[in-house]
Design a protein. Structure first.
Length: 185
């Protein structure tokens, strides 16, 4: 297919493509930018589209790769999110002391989850050593650690009412009885 034939087909579906991108990107402007870049890529590769009836799924794949590229390009400069960090950042304040409510909540997790969190995130034990002493593979340990962190984040969110680590790092458990009281989600 020629680029001049492809452009009107993409223009007809632009609004839908922007909606698709917006559901996956932080802002409307980001969605517009990614769609525009994807349209430019598509016109450059118009010759690879053999069936004009398949233009939407073909372009959809280009758009999804563009969305992935958007996040990949921002990865080094973005601040860590609550989903990216473990207990060490989520539960420890600047002095290295663990938030009391987070430590209490670790006790409500499966014992295997609490153990890997304690050993890796709080005590700083190397994951390879933990895997060896537990007689599990490194891959199994990574899965267990990921699930343990996710379970603890859910517990902290439920208990403290926070979805980021900021209020937990300035823990007010003693003053308010609940970490993050008054913090917005």
């Amino acid at each position: 297919m020629e680029a001049r034939t492809l452009v009107p087909l993409l223009a007809d579906g632009r609004r839908g493509f922007v909606r698709l991108a917006r559901r996956r990107l932080p802002t409307e402007a980001d969605a517009e930018d990614v769609v525009q870049r994807a349209m430019m890529r598509a016109t450059e590769r118009a010759g690879s589209l053999e069936d004009p009836a398949r233009v939407r799924p073909w372009f959809g794949r280009i758009l999804l790769r563009g969305i992935a590229d958007f996040y990949r390009s921002r990865r080094p400069e973005r601040a860590p999110e609550a989903t990216d960090i473990g207990v060490s950042a989520h539960a420890l304040d600047g002095s290295g002391n663990a938030c009391p409510c987070t430590l209490r909540l670790m006790g409500s997790l499966l014992p295997a989850y609490a153990e890997v969190l304690r050993r890796i995130d709080i005590e700083g034990e190397p994951p390879e050593a933990v895997a060896a002493t537990l007689s599990i593979s490194a891959g199994n340990l990574n899965v267990r650690l990921h699930r343990a962190r996710r379970a603890l984040r859910e517990q902290v969110k439920r208990h403290c009412g926070v979805s980021t680590c900021g209020p937990c790092l300035d823990c007010t458990c003693d003053a308010h009885g609940r970490c993050g009281e008054g913090a917005s989600l």
